[in-house]
Design a binder for this molecule. Structure first.
Ligand code: NAI
Length: 334
């Protein structure tokens, strides 16, 4: 299938071309992100490939559909950026990569915890400048602490296993999960918020989880607790997080995702004026660590993403009926 790949980065090209040796798709790599203004770039293609910050809303879908696109493959797990109802009405098939190396994201969340805790980023800079002082680098043992996991799916479970390995007591909140390995205690969200020393978010963004971490939740937290969000930016109310940091209630914040990340992340803005006041405020705290949506960014994950995405394109092209495909294929959303 001829496919327009939006928001292309060098590594997307590299891994797609490598994996495509086993498939026979034709890619048009496009740097712009997908929205109603750029959708027309897909003209002449049967499919498009989109990423986390592409806007696949109703208007964009209509333009894509009019341009001949009948298949959308997301090269990510989350699908909050797509209006599935509108896609269904237009008869546009939508696929995603539901699972690719959950360990990649779980390990990144752990890296954020260790950096915030043991301040290795500061130690690195100090030592390079000949400053061997330990002043203000003190951390805490993870062993014996309570780790709270919000969303016990694939990534949450991988993260829980790592925390268990550190000797943490692991508690988890997930409204769907009923059974867990014996080292994880299920709890309600109030209990998790009030008892955990560190909390890591691994649930999807939807109408129930938008601003799930809000002022009320920060008030409930133990003073000085740590919050990590590698899931989706809008699960965290950024304004409330800044207030909780100012009050010293939130002891540490690590975010790999940000509410307004579509205007910032995946770009080199080092020579530009950054106008987003909230991210500038967050950057000013020494106990805040921001990474630009790199949780997925491992060789293993990129290989799996490319393989599943190209396979999804082949499935979209094959001979099954639509009804057969959507019920049999776990990667297909509509
Ligand atoms: P998953 O679908 O395996 O697990 C999500 C879990 O969240 C499910 O068990 C579900 O029951 C639970 N959940 C749903 N609503 C909830 C709520 N209101 N409160 C608490 N839990 C709730 O998904 P997976 O693969 O573990 O991914 C989780 C999220 O991680 C994705 O939705 C995506 O947003 C994010 N992600 C981030 C990446 C990054 O690079 N930073 C890469 C991949 C995923």
């Amino acid at each position: 299938m001829k496919v327009a790949v939006f928001s292309t980065q060098s590594y997307d090209k590299e891994y797609f071309n490598l994996v495509n040796e086993k498939f026979n798709h034709e890619f048009v790599f496009l740097e712009p992100s997908l929205n109603a203004d750029t959708a027309i770039l897909a003209k002449g293609c049967g499919g498009i490939c989109a990423f986390v910050n592409d806007k696949v809303d109703e208007k964009t879908l209509e333009i894509l559909h009019q341009s001949g696109v009948n298949t959308i493959v997301l090269r990510c797990a989350g699908f909050n950026q797509v209006d599935l109802e509108a896609a269904k009405k237009l008869g546009v098939k939508v696929y995603r990569v539901p699972s690719y190396s959950p360990e990649a994201v779980a390990e990144h969340a752990t890296a954020m915890i260790m950096t915030l805790n043991r301040k290795t980023h500061k130690a690195y800079n100090r030592v390079r400048e000949g400053n061997f002082s330990l002043e203000r680098l003190i951390g805490f043992n993870l062993h014996g602490k309570i780790a709270g996991v919000i969303g016990l799916g694939q990534i949450g479970l991988a993260f829980a296993k790592i925390m268990h390995g550190f000797g943490c007591e692991v508690i988890a909140y997930d409204p769907v999960v009923e059974k867990t390995p014996s080292f994880i205690k299920l709890a309600d969200l109030d209990t998790l918020m009030t008892t955990a020393d560190l909390i890591s978010i691994h649930c999807p963004l939807n109408e129930h989880t938008h601003h799930l971490m809000n002022r009320k939740r920060f008030d409930q937290m133990k003073k000085g607790a740590m919050l990590i969000n590698t899931s989706r930016g809008a699960i965290l109310d950024t304004h409330a997080a800044i207030e909780a940091l100012k009050q010293g209630k939130l002891g540490y914040l690590g975010i790999d995702v940000y509410e307004q990340e579509d205007k910032l992340f995946f770009r080199d803005l080092s020579e530009s004026l950054i106008e987003d006041e909230q991210i500038l405020r967050l950057m000013s705290f020494s106990n805040v660590l921001i990474t630009a949506h790199q949780g997925f960014f491992t060789t293993e994950a990129l290989t799996e993403i490319a393989q599943t995405t190209l396979l999804n394109l082949s499935h979209a092209e094959d001979g099954f009926s639509d009804a057969e495909k959507s019920s049999a294929d776990p990667n297909r959303l509509v």
